[in-house]
Design a protein around this ligand. Structure first.
Ligand code: ATP
Ligand code: MG
Length: 253
């Protein structure tokens, strides 16, 4: 039987010595779905993302893409599978330009190893135009001259260079103004409309609630709820996070 999920995590467990950062976590992701991955500090969200991206390997458990088991052994493998992430700490190079940042580590070169800057600039501009609409800065602007929201858009443009099916955003708006946060929200919705699936991690539950189709809630490394937004409320999601699932209803998992 064909699964409704193109991506699946099955019994993912990650231990760091005595710390069980992820404890037997299973879930699936549908095409063009925005899933909020939420939970308190230290719940295990970033650890889970790092395994999906091949930065860390699970202690136990497997990932499946289109029903086939995949060994995500490195971020390069993740990207080749159509999975990419933008992390909490942005990892942009402030003194390098927008185009240099977008192509960092994946420069286009000709047969003699010469960088194809003209093509890279055009491609960078195209990606940014889709994300930023009419407010695209010159692609040779140093990133340190950009606002927080613009930096976030550059980081997302970089992630979209590869053909992305699953984009993971870990706290994309934590350092942004209200207007900038709204823009990232609009951008995420636009990506969904293009058929991209998004795992969205955020601490501002009200903001996440407005954006997502479904919630996966973690507490102390365990998945305590996996629930469609239409079957829950902002209050219930907050209560689940705060209580660590103690108020949980058995149907949530
Ligand atoms: N490399 C590591 N070595 C040891 N322990 C780690 C490591 N990475 C994460 N942990 C631990 O695993 C647990 C989960 O951390 P993680 O960063 O995944 O949480 P999080 O849900 O992303 O939290 P936050 O909301 O604060 O970003 C924490 O107890 C953390 O201290
Ligand atoms: Mg985190």
């Amino acid at each position: 039987m064909e699964s409704e999920y193109f991506f699946e995590a099955s019994h993912i467990t990650k231990k760091f010595g005595a710390v069980v950062a992820n404890d037997d976590i299973s879930f699936g992701i549908r095409k063009a779905e925005i899933v909020g991955l939420v939970g308190d500090n230290g719940a295990g969200k970033t650890t889970l993302v790092k395994q999906i991206m091949g930065v860390e390997r699970p202690t136990k458990g497997d990932f499946y893409l289109d029903g086939k088991k995949v060994e995500i052994s490195s971020p390069t493998v993740a990207k080749s599978l159509g999975i990419n992430a933008v992390y909490q700490e942005l990892a942009l190079f402030p003194s390098l330009s927008i185009v240099e940042n977008i192509f960092a580590g994946s420069q286009l070169t000709g047969p003699l190893g010469i960088s194809k800057w003209k093509i890279m600039k055009e491609k960078a501009y195209e990606k940014l135009r889709v994300l930023m609409k009419d407010e695209v800065p010159r692609v040779d602007t140093p990133v340190k001259e950009l606002s927080g929201g613009q930096r976030q858009e550059v980081a997302i443009a970089r992630a979209l260079l590869f053909n992305v099916r699953l984009l993971i955003l870990d706290e994309p708006t934590s350092a942004l103004s209200v207007r900038e946060r709204e823009k990232i929200g609009e951008l995420v919705t636009a990506l969904k409309d293009q058929g991209i699936s998004i795992i969205y991690i955020g601490h501002n539950i009200e903001e996440v609630f407005n954006l997502v189709d479904r919630f996966i809630i973690l507490s102390r490394g365990k998945k305590i709820a996996d629930i469609e937004k239409k079957n829950t409320s902002l209050e219930e999601v907050v209560a689940l996070i705060v209580s660590g699932g103690a108020i949980g209803r058995s149907h949530l998992k």
